[in-house]
Design a protein around this ligand. Structure first.
Ligand SMILES: C[S@@+](CC[C@H](N)C(=O)[O-])C[C@H]1O[C@@H](n2cnc3c(N)ncnc32)[C@H](O)[C@@H]1O
Length: 265
């Protein structure tokens, strides 16, 4: 098995920030993911695979909802070390390093194979979904619980300088596919799965919720703008306008998060 396939190329400090961001993301998306886990029958599954498990915060939700055994696999050794720590009290979880493009498991092994925010970062998402389908048993389910589509982002009032950066430019620069959400149906169907797709987050957050999230993730937003070449003055101006429209309760954000459920026939 190749090791550290998904090396994160981050400094120690950036890695810690990323771990915090995953924790926050897992909390903020729980209301969308948990119904999907129930829909695919997680409660009664015997063996489940979480591909690209990262720091294990989503694997923990999965482990809590099943009586079965959960295997988490990730390409980064550093991520697996963090996940080991986070999941140390869960005796139904096992972790390993492995490449999602070449899963180190036999055909037809798992009742459910799931991933969260992985396909956006995969070099070849079709190969990953094909692998997820291969290791799922006939009648089992493949679930991509959350894959965003930055092209479907809606933000008002507009900011012509910052909006395109947040609407995909920053992700593309980091090597991610900002339009992965709209590709889920094709990826799953071409992997031979009987496929249903949907949007997990139909609710529009209140300005208070958006502000709370922004304040938690502020360092991340500022860094994205800085990396995109905005001056400190431009960033200050953007932040002033952004917070003002939240405090005036006129800002609206929508960011579609797609899911796909595939049944292996
Ligand atoms: C955005 S994180 C999501 C982590 C976790 N699923 C969550 O939602 O908190 C993406 C994860 O996918 C892993 N990853 C990326 N490419 C991979 C690959 N080819 N094989 C295995 N893991 C991969 C990264 O190391 C990272 O931990």
């Amino acid at each position: 098995m190749r090791e550290n396939i998904a090396s994160h190329r981050r400094s120690k400090e950036e890695f810690q920030d990323f771990i915090k961001k995953l924790e926050l993301q897992a909390l903020e998306t729980a209301e969308e993911r948990l119904p999907l886990y129930l829909e695919v029958g997680l409660k009664d599954a015997d063996i489940v695979l979480d591909v690209g498990c990262g720091s294990g915060v989503v694997t923990r939700d999965i482990a809590r909802l099943t009586k079965g055994c959960v295997i988490g696999v990730d390409g980064s050794i550093d991520m697996i070390k963090v996940a080991d720590e986070i999941l140390r009290d869960y005796d139904n979880v096992e972790l390993c390093v492995g490449d999602a493009h070449l899963l180190p498991f036999n055909d037809n092994t798992f009742d459910i194979v799931t991933c969260n925010l992985l396909l956006m970062w995969a070099d070849d998402p079709q190969m990953v979904v094909n692998e997820m389908a291969r290791v799922t048993r006939p009648g089992g389910k493949v679930l991509a619980s959350l894959e965003p589509d930055y092209g479907g982002k809606i933000h008002w009032p507009e900011n012509p300088r910052a909006d395109p950066i947040f609407a995909g430019e920053a992700i593309r620069k980091k090597g991610g596919d900002p339009h992965i959400g709209r590709k889920l149906r094709a990826l799953f169907t071409l992997a031979g799965l009987k496929t249903t797709v949907g949007i997990g987050n139909c609710r529009i957050w209140s300005c208070e919720e958006d502000k709370r999230y922004y304040l938690h993730a502020r360092d991340f937003y500022i860094k994205v703008l800085r990396d995109a070449g905005l001056s400190e003055e431009e960033i200050d101006e953007w932040e002033y306008e952004y917070l003002k429209s939240l405090d005036d309760r006129i800002q609206l954000n929508f960011f579609p998060q797609f899911y796909a459920i595939g049944t292996k026939t």
